[in-house]
Design a binder for this molecule. Structure first.
Ligand code: CO8
Length: 258
């Protein structure tokens, strides 16, 4: 399908989705969010795709929700249309792993979109921020919730209240991103990680994603029980037999997603 605000490239088992509104630093408008959701659902349905990379440009992953689109709206508009609500739910419904490859600005909704990915690989030029307070509003897609769980209350408050930006080094130190690489290596690093994931059993990969995400939704005791039961259930798969047999026989496993 032809898109106008994103570019989708599928190579081997990896779908690369690139946000592409360069004139607006990839600001998230209705069209971009709708196209992004369609592309993610297509990647989910495409049996060839085993991992997704979401990225932007060198200058901006995304500089936030589109302020020009929002500036004329009132409460009744954003409330009744549930601005970006269905899209964020749809992104959370994607069961294949999504790696956020972030370079440049990841601000407001851009930072929040990056946090919807399963993990973030950042370039050394990445800048994260929740500057909505400067516009007389606040985070609306996870900046006061996910960010607080990811980096703790003090830093989340600091970022949301002052609107200051966090560089890549601080973001890694704080646990917001998993790795930082030179900007020229960003996509290569993300692709290597995606290809590593693509080698695994898709059944196991989806179970891991579900279990880690569950840790944000429940108590430790419930989460541990959920994890243990999912672990047990993987013993119903052929890939568990194959993975363990391959280890014992000192060979590479041949997973079949069964
Ligand atoms: N929305 C719309 N257009 C934008 C945005 C944006 N968020 N960010 C940048 N642009 C546009 C600029 O208007 C400019 O366009 P033009 O050339 O037509 O004037 C173009 O992109 C380039 O931007 P700049 O000239 O400003 O570039 P600089 O390099 O000077 O500055 C910055 C880069 C620092 C990133 C600056 O553009 C900036 O501060 N942008 C806004 C950042 C921001 O405030 N983001 C938060 C937006 S609000 C939000 O994200 C809410 C999310 C929650 C939604 C919840 C729904 C439930």
């Amino acid at each position: 399908m032809a898109y106008e605000t994103i570019i989708v490239e599928i190579e081997d088992h990896v779908a690369l989705i690139k946000l592409n509104r360069p004139d607006a630093l990839n600001a998230l408008n209705d069209q971009l969010m709708s196209e992004l959701c369609k592309a993610l659902k297509e990647a989910q349905a495409n049996e060839k795709v085993r991992c997704i990379i979401l990225t932007g440009s060198d200058k901006a992953f995304a500089a936030g929700a589109d302020i020009k689109m929002m500036s004329g709206k009132g409460f009744v508009d954003v409330f009744t249309e549930d601005l970006f609500g269905p899209e964020s739910e749809a992104i959370m419904g994607i069961r294949k792993p999504i790696i956020g490859a972030v370079s440049g600005y990841a601000l407001g909704g851009g930072c929040e979109l990056a946090m919807m990915c399963d993990f973030i690989i950042a370039s050394d030029t990445a800048k994260f921020g929740q500057p909505e307070i400067n516009l007389g509003v606040m985070a609306g897609l996870g900046g006061s919730q996910r960010l607080t769980r990811f980096i703790g209350k003090s830093k989340a408050m600091d970022m949301n209240l002052t609107g200051r930006f966090m560089d890549a080094e601080e973001a890694e130190r704080s646990g917001l991103v998993s790795r930082v690489v030179p900007v020229k290596k960003l996509l290569e690093e993300a692709r290597n990680a995606a290809e590593k994931i693509a080698e695994k059993s898709m059944v196991t990969t989806m179970a891991v994603k579900e279990a880690v995400n569950r840790s944000y939704e429940t108590t430790l005791r419930e989460g541990l029980l959920f994890e243990r039961r999912v672990f047990h259930s993987l013993f119903a798969t052929e890939d568990q037999s194959e993975g363990m047999a391959a280890f014992v026989e000192k060979r590479e496993p041949q997973f079949r997603d069964k």
